[in-house]
Design a protein around this ligand. Structure first.
Ligand code: UT7
Length: 321
């Protein structure tokens, strides 16, 4: 069978890390509140010259190196972001140009924090139908640029960064590597709980992020547990067979609650929210790259990805490395 196999991972972070204590000098908050309610200890904030496309390009370059393939072998780039460099063109086209990938397919997907799951499922489908043989799937964000730095209920939660994977269409055995199952959902009813209060077709301004965190939290735990069960069912695997969960890193308490609901031991959950905060579409591939490079996730491991974000959108995917 043909499967989309993850053959390389990479990530990139802005040079500047900002601790909770540093943030507390500018915003009415404390390190204690942030750590206790979210698990976040620091976040990286993009500086001058660092944008969604520069971070994406760096992450993608590392993923290409890890996969051992040249940029011009890439026929498809799907980049998930809610903070593109420009309203258009798609940031993916700028990454394609910067890497020297030639003139294959390149486009962005907008599904906010679940963007990477949407991009992964899209790239997987396109590889399955033969539209390309090798793809880059990237999540990259500079949320610091859409935060209201006067709003302590949101500005302490997010960070900037990028993560990327190389996906290659390969002939494999049933128990071989590759994406095994994906499931995506959206429900526009809850827009007001998490959105940006601007845009090209409404205010003509970029706008700032607005969130009713407590309500989002409640929906996140329910939706994530449901979609994880769906993917586990579709893939025909037992929860005990899953080696690692690489979740969207919004809040350590959401990670704990979701794992508990499914009966997954906390040791199997990759946690990076403490150092990266919530990097939206970048958080899953960033966490994956961390766990691959520190040797936790290796060849043959069964890995679950999951995310939930603005829209709402949510999804999960199961892959064997
Ligand atoms: O990635 C997309 C998905 N996003 C998420 O999943 C985010 C989900 N939500 C959350 O992670 C949590 O709801 C938050 C971390 C956003 C908030 O935690 P919470 O435990 O739900 O707190 P809360 O919003 O109920 O606020 C509790 C108190 C409030 O004070 P009062 O009204 O009880 O006096 C807030 O004003 O904490 C106060 N507060 C703060 N205090 C110090 C809110 N933000 C801060 C802050 N520092 N930064």
């Amino acid at each position: 069978m043909i499967r989309s196999v993850i053959t390389g991972t990479g990530s990139a972070l802005p040079a500047q890390a900002v601790s909770n204590a540093e943030l507390a000098e500018r915003v009415d908050t404390t390190d204690e509140w942030i750590v206790e309610r979210t698990g976040i200890r620091q976040r990286h904030i993009a500086g001058e010259g660092e944008t969604t496309s520069t971070l994406a390009t760096e992450a993608a370059r590392k993923a290409l190196d890890a996969a051992g393939i040249a940029a011009d072998e890439i026929g498809l780039i799907v980049l998930a972001t809610a903070t593109p460099d420009h309203t258009f063109p798609a940031t993916a086209t700028q990454v394609q140009h910067a890497l020297g990938c030639g003139t294959g397919i390149a486009f962005d997907v907008a599904a906010v924090c679940s963007g990477f799951l949407y991009a992964l499922a899209t790239a997987d489908s396109m590889l399955q139908t033969g539209m390309a043989k090798k793809a880059l799937v990237i999540g990259s964000e500079t949320f610091s640029r859409i935060l209201d730095w006067e709003d302590r209920t949101t500005c302490v939660l997010f960070g900037d960064g990028a993560g990327a994977i190389v996906l290659e269409a390969r002939e494999v055995e049933t128990d071989g590597p590759g994406i095994i199952a994906t499931k995506l959902h959206a429900d526009g009813e809850h827009k007001e709980l998490l959105y940006v209060d601007g845009g090209p077709s409404t205010t003509g301004e970029v706008g700032k992020l607005r969130m009713k965190g407590r309500e989002v939290f409640r929906h996140a735990v329910v939706n994530l547990a449901d979609v994880l069960r769906e993917v586990i069912g579709d893939a025909g695997v037992a929860v005990e067979q899953i080696d690692w969960v690489v979740p969207h890193q919004a809040n350590a308490r959401i990670l704990d609650a979701t794992a508990r609901k499914l009966g997954l031991p906390a040791e199997k959950v990759v946690v990076t929210v403490d150092r990266h905060a919530n990097t939206s579409a970048a958080s899953v591939p960033l966490a994956l790259d961390v766990a691959v490079r520190d040797g936790r996730i290796g060849k043959g491991d069964l890995v679950m990805f999951e995310a939930m974000g603005g829209g709402f959108t949510w999804g999960a995917a199961l892959a064997r490395m």
